[in-house]
Design a protein around this ligand. Structure first.
Ligand code: PAF
Length: 253
């Protein structure tokens, strides 16, 4: 089966009208796809007759210009993965189409978005919520799928949908891990082979049941720079830097 690509929003909008009454599963992504994304597409295919994926590296959610510059862009490989996973449609919009308003209009939240990742990444969740709102309006999904690795993101999107009475089911999906426990992430590509191996310790420590400050200390002693290790929402959540790459993860507390 072929995945049909729309690299222009106007073509997508015209096409989308045909599916007015069909149920659509939606997987928004920033590309550099891996097995975690594939699991979201598979779940969507199982639960909906049509699956739409978007790839858009959203500049407004990057508080660090270097992070945006270094974010992996692997469209060809992504396309092959989506085709093999059976996605029906891929939308691949350009910045000027998504932000035709110049980012004048935004969705902001003033509570949960200020802690954890939001505390060290000002503006990050505003960018995420704004782009997700735009993508939801463009796709009109029945269900939308998000990995639990970005747990705070999932909670904020779910709350946004509830607060704005959007008729969309936000579906959290389990974290897919590499063999050493490292949560799959597009950013893992930026680690050296040695760093990738070492990064498994992050999950091991987070799920060890030790005290939070002991986990922090063990990670720091092993060369990680710790942003936070905290307990919220019945989970243990952490963000660390290894080889200047920001990694996040969480496990049930
Ligand atoms: O999780 C991501 O990949 C992004 O934050 C999302 C939800 C696609 C918005 O740009």
């Amino acid at each position: 089966m072929k995945t049909i690509v729309f690299d222009s929003l106007s073509k997508w909008i015209a096409f989308r009208k045909k599916f007015r009454r069909g149920k659509i599963g939606f997987v928004p992504t920033m590309g550099a796809l891996h097995q975690g994304h594939v699991s979201l597409v598979e779940r969507s295919r199982f639960e909906n007759p049509i699956t739409v994926v978007s790839i858009f590296v959203n500049p407004t959610q990057f508080n660090d210009p270097n992070d945006l510059k270094n974010y992996p862009r692997t469209f060809k490989g992504d396309y092959e993965l989506l085709k093999a996973a059976g996605a029906d449609f891929l939308i691949y919009p350009k910045y000027d189409e998504i932000y035709a308003d110049g980012y004048k209009f935004r969705v902001s939240e003033n509570h949960l978005s200020g802690i954890l990742c939001g505390a060290s990444r000002p503006g990050h969740f505003e960018g995420v919520l704004t782009v997700v709102m735009k993508l939801f309006n463009l796709v009109g999904p029945t269900r939308a799928y998000f990995g639990e690795k970005d747990y705070q993101q999932f909670l904020l999107i779910k709350e946004m949908v509830d607060s704005f009475f959007m008729n969309i089911q936000v579906v959290p999906c389990p974290i897919i891990r590499e063999e050493n426990g490292l949560a799959m992430s597009s950013r893992n590509e930026r680690l050296s082979a040695e760093g990738r191996e070492k990064a498994g310790l992050f999950f091991k420590e987070l799920s060890s049941g030790k005290e939070l400050k002991e986990i922090r200390k063990n990670l720091e002693e092993n060369g990680f720079k710790v942003d936070y290790i905290e307990e919220f929402f019945g989970r243990r959540l952490g963000a660390v830097f290894l080889e200047n790459v920001r990694l996040i993860d969480n496990v049930p507390a």
